[in-house]
Ligand binder design. Structure first.
Ligand code: HC0
Ligand code: SF4
Length: 563
């Protein structure tokens, strides 16, 4: 332990802690912009580029950045001296002097950390004026970049490099012209960007945010000629309440359904129902591959960022991907090929997702018209003056309303594999697993393994999240160092619960933990444990599709020739 003094208070903290972290332990919040620490998933951005967190340390002539300076025995620190306060204010005013002032129509309005700092510093006037940078905005199908709003905090660069190993964004140029950009300023679409949206999750300003589809939804709702059908992804229901002041991990499923109805969505269905369909198809596909000596391991294919990552970086490994579509796309097929037949007007299928890559997936698929994020729907609900916390509870619309616990856990890392294993066991053994929980596949470890004994065979399952670790796993499989039968990959650490379209966590990992616990509770409390026990799914097959993994199912729920 290290003993030190901050603002006259004595304290002891663990060795290796920074001054900023130590101060936080005794309730002193030092303002900062570039720093972010998600220790639990191995992400730390402490390049001390903004220098808003400077403090005075006795014996040091210069002001010290608290985010990157470790504590030492006997240190005496002041976090709010005149010098410190003046320096911080100068930095913020300098940042603002070269920052667009279009907050009212900015994608981060209300969520911007620079805006919050400007408010907390009471800035009404910027003393410095001069040249302002100008860059074209880039709007891809999933992510919009406005480099004029880049403050060079480098968080996007760090997460893209260290957690995702994609290296799409990097600091370019020097001095006044320095910004974070792609190589040769290429649009994201023309790079190997996966659209995972992790850069969006950590950007403090409006430099990177989701491409907006909420206005399109607004217009469709207003159009009497259309029937708007919305599917709600597994991870949204335990996160969206945060933006209405509720505790992270509050399950607001029923309230969300009634709120969506209230703003004029005609039908609200559950993506978890489609997740159960994905399980039926994927488990049957895996069984088929095992029994016919086809290629193994099978890779899950429901995370579009992971799929794009594999296609771009390891095209020779694409053959391992399951041909089963993601729940988003499976539901799209249900909406456009089953539900549409019973309607007289045109059905618009919109997905509500925690993810920005789902916008990309919708754009390359046929059936989902477009996707909106958790944050976008919150904006829309607020436009309609709806406070989610005050809404009554309502059920999803029939007949796509029921899900099993297997469908419910899709939103967390390990969920797809666990749900698939529950059903695969049943398909092969003709009886249910006695214990459906695969505890080894849960939690935040980057790579997790489990085994399931089916007859004489032991199936080896693996789960990985975060693309850096996914890359290591793919390479180990390619080099023959790792032998497994099935692999789940989610691009975001923690799975969809931590997706790029979710309420901002602002560096607080406990939020993601609480969402994960909440999703697990849905599974634990569900009286239907496995996808193959979902009577509504089985009825849909009986009445509309025919057999699982049959001709019609393959036509609707699978990509041709793999992908
Ligand atoms: Fe996910 Fe999904 S679980 S990717 O994380 O598989 O986005 O929530 O909707 O499609 O179900 C995201 C979440 C989904 C899909 C499902 C899968
Ligand atoms: Fe990197 Fe993902 Fe952002 Fe693309 S979306 S730039 S891959 S972090």
């Amino acid at each position: 332990m290290v003993s030190l003094e901050i603002d006259g208070k004595m304290l002891e903290v663990k060795e290796g802690r920074t001054i900023l972290e130590a101060a936080k332990e005794i309730g002193i919040e030092i303002p900062h912009l570039c720093y972010m620490n998600l220790e639990e998933i191995g992400f730390k951005n402490d390049c001390s580029s903004c220098r808003i967190c400077v403090v005075e340390v006795e014996g040091q002539r210069r002001l010290i950045p608290s985010c990157s300076t470790p504590v030492a025995n006997g240190m005496k620190i002041w976090t709010n001296t005149k010098r410190v306060m003046q320096k911080r204010r100068n930095i913020v005013e300098l940042l603002l002097s070269d920052h667009p002032k279009d907050c009212l129509i900015c994608g981060k309005n209300g969520n911007c950390e620079l805006q919050k700092i400007a408010i907390s510093f009471g800035i009404r006037k910027i003393r410095f004026s001069g040249r302002e940078s100008s860059y074209e905005k880039e709007e891809s199908v999933a992510i919009t970049r406005d480099v004029t709003k880049c403050i060079m905090c480098r968080r996007c660069e760090s997460i893209c490099r260290d957690i995702q190993s994609c290296n799409i964004l990097t600091g370019v140029r020097r001095g006044f012209s320095a910004v974070v950009d792609t190589a040769f300023s290429r649009s994201l679409q023309h790079t190997r960007c996966t659209f995972c949206g992790q850069c969006v999750s950590v950007c403090p300003t409006g430099a990177i945010y989701e491409t907006d589809n909420s206005f399109q939804l607004f217009q469709d709702i207003m159009n009497e000629e259309k029937i708007v059908v919305m599917q709600v992804a597994p991870a949204v229901r335990v996160a969206i309440g945060e933006m209405f002041g509720m505790e992270a991990g509050t399950d607001v499923t029923g309230k969300l359904v009634s709120a969506l109805k209230k703003i004029g969505i005609d039908y609200v269905f559950d993506t978890n129902f489609a997740a159960d369909v994905t399980v039926m198809e994927e488990a049957t596909e895996l069984k088929y591959r095992m029994e016919h000596g086809k290629i193994l391991p099978i890779f899950t294919s429901c995370c579009p960022a992971w799929v794009r990552f594999l296609q771009q970086n390891y095209p020779e490994m694409e053959k391992y991907l399951s041909s089963t579509k993601s729940p988003q796309e499976i539901f799209g097929a249900i909406a456009k090929h089953i539900f549409q037949k019973e309607q007289e007007k045109e059905v618009v299928c919109v997905s509500l997702m925690p993810c920005v890559a789902k916008k990309y997936e919708a754009s390359i698929g046929k059936d989902v018209n477009y996707s909106v994020t958790t944050r976008e729907i919150v904006n829309l609900l607020k436009q309609f003056n709806i406070d989610l916390s005050l809404m009554p509870e309502e059920d999803f619309d029939q007949p796509f309303a029921t899900s099993s616990g297997g469908g419910d856990i899709f939103g967390r890392s390990g969920g797809v594999m666990e749900a698939t294993a529950r059903t695969l066991y049943y398909l092969l053994e003709k009886e249910d697993l006695k214990e459906v929980a695969f505890h080894n596949l849960r939690g935040f470890d980057g790579l997790k393994f489990s085994e399931v004994k089916i007859g004489e065979k032991v199936l080896r399952l693996a789960v990985v999240h975060g693309l850096r670790q996914a890359r290591e796993v793919v390479e180990a499989i390619r080099n023959g160092q790792l032998q497994i039968d099935a692999l789940e990959v989610m691009a975001c650490k923690g799975g969809c619960l931590a997706g790029g379209g979710q309420p901002y966590h602002h560096g607080d990992f406990s939020i993601i933990q609480k969402r994960t616990e909440a999703i697990q509770r849905l599974d634990d409390r569900n009286s239907i444990q496995c996808s193959h026990q979902n009577e509504d799914v089985l009825r849909m097959y009986r009445e509309k599709i025919g057999s699982i993994y049959g001709d019609e199912a393959k036509e609707l729920f699978h990509y041709e020739k793999g992908r």
